[in-house]
Ligand binder design. Structure first.
Ligand code: FPP
Length: 239
């Protein structure tokens, strides 16, 4: 690896463009998602090899339920197949699977499978692969506010105890450091209800490449760009 390359500890990705990738080939959207799952494999392996500590992938949002039933069903099946086929590789590569979002509201079989794989890989010490599933940042923050309000009401905490650290601990991402780098594919420049609290100081990298075409070479370009950025966190340039 290039020694000038700064490796982010946590990379978060908004995987976008599966539908457009398929449309360009006159194929159904499902074909794009299937190809997108291949990019998930390639990027997970690349991150594990590079020594990235956390990779968070936006796989299904709270808004994605609005898609046609058939497409939602296909995405769920794809995820289920991914777990069936990939678990061995995750174990081999010392990857730990985690999730953020409300998986209990998903199909019970899929939910059980996710919980099983999370348990099976829970001792793995390499890359943490965090899948955002039925995830919405506004819902996550609302949940946190409710739980804090309930604790104040029950006198478990005082209003003056509420600080940034406490709020972070009530999010799905409790214990996971904030992303250093947020990547969005397919050229759309928005955050789409993803990790709104956690990306306060993340570097954002948007590429026109569609997710099914996003491979290790594209990841390396993102890392080169990240390495050239100066992170000031609101401060001034270090001398
Ligand atoms: C966005 O493309 C992609 C999604 C909403 C789903 C992401 C799912 C995958 C990459 C496949 C499987 C995932 C795993 C973890 C195995 P889009 O459909 O919004 O594309 P478009 O904007 O071009 O229509």
């Amino acid at each position: 690896m290039d020694k000038n390359l700064k490796l982010p500890s946590h990379i978060a990705i908004i995987m976008d463009g599966n539908g457009r990738w398929a449309k360009k080939r006159n194929m159904p959207r499902a074909f794009g998602h299937k190809q997108g799952a291949k990019s998930v494999r390639a990027i997970t392996t690349a991150c594990a090899e590079l020594g990235v500590k956390y990779l968070t992938l936006y796989a299904f949002s709270t808004e994605n339920w609005k898609r046609p039933e058939q497409e939602v069903g296909f995405l769920m099946k794809l995820l289920s197949d991914y777990l069936d086929k990939e678990t061995k590789t995750l174990i081999k590569n010392n990857v730990r699977l985690m999730t953020i979002g409300e998986i209990d509201m998903m199909d019970p079989h899929l939910c059980k499978k996710l919980k099983d794989v999370k348990k099976l890989t829970s001792k793995n010490t390499g890359l943490k692969l965090v899948l955002a599933l039925n995830y919405g940042s506004k819902r996550e923050i609302t949940r946190a506010v409710r739980s804090i309000a309930a604790d104040v009401k029950n006198k478990k905490i005082r209003v003056s105890d509420i600080n940034e650290e406490l709020i972070s601990k009530r999010l799905y991402t409790a214990g996971i450091p904030d992303p250093d780098l947020l990547i969005r594919t397919s050229g759309e420049i928005r955050v789409s209800n993803f990790l709104l609290w956690q990306i306060a100081y993340s570097e954002i990298y948007v590429t026109d490449v569609l997710w099914p075409d996003f491979g290790k070479n594209n990841l390396m370009l993102a890392l080169e760009e990240y390495s050239s950025r100066e992170r000031r966190y609101g401060g001034i340039k270090a001398k």
